[in-house]
Design a protein around this ligand. Structure first.
Ligand code: ADP
Length: 395
């Protein structure tokens, strides 16, 4: 029996999942979990395949690094494998730039090329790569597969990748890439299983978590998306501003004396829901607050999502389906209702009861657009890509 591990290493958290393979080589979740609050007081929770918590642990040590915790996780996985062979680790890597259109095995050359993309995804890429380096130290011979959030968008029509900037910059890679591709890939495949007719049509998928974006899919392939050169573009997010007039950045630096680093920190870490509300980046916290600023932040989030959905509807030439996913998309009925209300003109008619109950289909039977909730599973997508690459290289 064999197994693969998926890792999604972020700034203060590591999400992981252990999949064992059946006789046909199909992955089944064996255990998964998350280490949070790295750098403060790391806390671990591991759940079994049914989602029941089977192990928790807290470390009262802010000095523990991602590498230390991965070493702990590796030991835990070795104990949990019960004789099964760990054949590879798949990683979420946020930015694949112009060159990485598919998952690939990590080599020293690949690692160097991905390193060069760190400035384009400063919140994520350095932590993704730190996990890869830590595993090289722990198990140098274990195959590691990088799975890119940009890859699903790689073959969009060229017009959707271009900024209206001088041509030379586009050729140098200053272009719109798009992110959350592992999530959208999973949504496209799952929709094709559950509702093949809808999957064959024009669908807007909304990945609404701490990071948030929309993807326009035609026949299951990305044709447009709201994120661009970096994961800062598009929707209002937990702490990121989303689409911003570039003139604001110039003004902050030239007239208000902010340095580039200060502007970067503000746009990535102190804007979005947190910046507008002045309270929190967490949608649940804002919903529970009576402060008018919290209400304004939620309303702006929904308004901007609906406005961008209108833009993607134009890219698609109409919309047949709308899919909500990720923390807010899967769980927050009020935000879903606010977005759908603003998209009534597209032909969306929400079933209030189904929406309140988080049912798989939340539109009314007569709705011109079918609205669904599909829980995303980026870890499973990473495992599927990892296994596909291993079997392609073995073949
Ligand atoms: P990340 O991008 O970090 O993976 P998630 O997909 O976990 O983020 O989404 C986090 C967001 O989802 C937060 O704003 C949180 O408030 C919201 N959220 C998570 N669970 C719920 C829930 N049960 N009800 C409402 N909102 C939720």
């Amino acid at each position: 029996m064999r197994a693969v591990v998926s890792l999604n290493s972020g700034s203060s958290s590591i999400k992981f999942a252990l999949f064992t393979l059946d006789e046909e080589g199909a992955p089944g979740l064996s255990a998964g979990g998350k280490i949070e609050k790295i750098g403060i007081a790391p806390a671990l929770a591991i759940h079994d395949a049914s989602g029941n918590i089977v192990h928790t642990r807290a470390w009262d040590d802010p000095a523990l690094t991602h590498g230390d915790l991965l070493a702990w996780l590796f030991d835990w996985a070795a104990g949990h494998l019960e004789g099964r062979e760990l054949i590879a680790i798949g990683h979420r890597v946020v930015h694949g730039g112009m060159d990485f259109a598919h998952p690939c095995r990590v080599t020293p050359e690949v690692l160097e090329a991905l390193e060069a993309l760190c400035p384009l995804a400063p919140l994520h890429q350095p932590h993704n790569l730190a996990a890869i380096r830590a595993i090289i130290r722990i198990a140098p011979d274990l195959p590691q597969i990088a799975c890119f959030d940009t890859a699903f968008h790689h073959d969009r029509p060229a017009i959707a990748t271009r900024f209206a900037l001088p041509r030379a910059l586009h050729d140098q890679g200053i272009r719109r890439y798009g992110f959350h591709g592992l999530s959208y890939d999973y949504i496209a495949r799952t929709l094709a299983e559950r509702d093949p007719d809808l999957a064959a049509g024009r669908v807007i998928a909304a990945h609404l978590g701490n990071g948030a974006s929309l993807c326009a899919m035609a026949g299951g392939r990305s044709v447009d998306t709201t994120m661009g050169f970096t994961a800062l573009d598009g929707l209002v997010m937990g702490t990121r501003c989303g689409t911003l007039d570039a003139g604001v950045v110039l003004h902050l630096q030239r007239r208000m004396g902010m340095t580039a680093q200060e502007v970067e920190a503000m746009l990535y870490n102190r804007s979005g829901l947190l910046g507008v509300s002045g309270l929190s980046s967490d949608m649940r916290t804002l919903s529970a607050s009576a402060a008018p600023e919290a209400e304004e932040a939620i309303d702006l989030f929904a308004w901007r999502a609906a406005r961008e959905a209108g833009a993607l509807a134009a890219s698609l030439g109409g919309v047949d389906g709308f899919v909500f996913t990720a923390g807010i998309g899967e769980n927050h009925s009020d935000v879903r209702a606010r977005i759908c209300r603003r998209l009534g003109w597209l032909g969306i008619a929400l079933d209030a009861e189904a929406n309140a109950g988080h049912k798989p289909v939340i539109s009314l039977p007569g709705s011109a657009v079918t609205v669904r909730i599909i829980p995303t599973d980026e870890e499973r997508m990473i495992a599927l890509h990892t296994l596909a690459l291993l079997s392609a290289t073995r073949a």
